[in-house]
Design a protein around this ligand. Sequence first.
Ligand code: HMG
Length: 407
Amino acid sequence: MKLFTYYQYEKVRKGERELKIGIDKIGFYTPQYYVDMNKLAVARNVEPEKFTIGIGQDEMAVAPITQDPVTLAANAALQILDDEAREKIDFVMFGTESGIDHSKSAGVYVHQLLGLKPNARTIELKQACYGATAAIQLAKGHIALNPESKVLVLASDIARYGINTPGEVTQGAGAVALIISADPRIMVLDDASAYLTKDIMDFWRPTYSDVAFVDGKYSNEQYLEFFGHVWDEYKEKTGLTIADFEAICYHLPYTKMGLKALRTILDEGSVDVQERLKENYQISTLYSRKVGNIYTASLYLSLLSLLEQKELEAGSRIGLFSYGSGAVGEFFSGILQPNYRDFLKIDHHTNLFNNRTELSVSKYEEIFEESLPTDGSSVDLDTTNDPAPICLTGIKEHMRQYTNKNK
Ligand code: HMG
């Protein structure tokens, strides 16, 4: 086996074989609770259509205190790990903006909880919702140098703006886990990419605050401006046009946001292209409509929704727009692989959604206000009502305690 890998690697090195790198597997997890946006609208004295049409959200996932960014990520990754992946993953990258420690990477906890091999690098990356995209690009570089390796990219967040704030309707909780490898079975990622960084204050969360600060209207404008910039640059770099895309997936802080961006470029395409992109956009938003904003994972939840809810032809090109406030934006694309749907966990995700429990608005508010001690005291949490295999069980001597019920 090793010899075969070496032989393949030699061919790549000599340029005799093109190395294809991309997404080999996708896992997703969202906690068991959600709030109905119609009911939240009534409680906030707002017309429900503002939330369901104007913002484009139907439900919002709510994390119980026994789920944090570490457990959400670990639960998302659990379903895509087989013996081969465990053996080959030698790099774990955790993109999050809900970090639990200023020093230790959230990825190290996940590495342990999943029982990955010790011979691995593990780090955490931060740039608002862009963190996981940065991880994917770094993973490509790692695989290019080590074609036999696999990289586990984790994107996990709990979006919190606060009760009765304009951002409340755009909260959410969940994680996506991706295995990036050579000869990927779901999507080959192209080398070309267009990116942009600008120091702006559209959304940020100082280290002393557990809710985000946001200039809502400005953040919407900047999202669109970044999209326009990287879209134009990507076309210039690649010579591709809008007609080359079967679909474009967007970072979805709320589902109307991506639609606003898509609309800015639709007139570049024929009526057929416009219809195709609009239809596939709606399909890419189905999961986000039920989950809300999950920051680093939102773009990849949009991709997952598209791939799981529609059978697309192998060879189709999917565009991906990543935006992380503050701000960094990137546009890149990938090509769907033959039989890619065989490698998705569609039934698992259908069950995940079907088994969720609706919370009343008052119960959601109660859970939202629950918090872990910040004064150094210890706490034991009851995980009996949490169906997730991996849970937070408490804090002891400043150390978070986790359990994997499957072990
Ligand atoms: P708002 O001021 O409450 O809402 O805040 P609005 O008054 O702008 O209304 C929203 C939409 O609903 C409007 O449509 C209204 O017309 C419509 P639009 O003009 O935008 O197309 N509307 C209705 N539609 C149907 N029936 C009705 C009705 N009433 C009104 N009856 C805002 C909205 C998004 C600003 C707020 O929720 C917020 O601040 N959210 C957080 C920030 C955010 O999500 N920004 C997005 C871009 S930044 C980003 O994506 C990065 C981020 O993910 C963070 C990161 O990178 O880490 C946030």
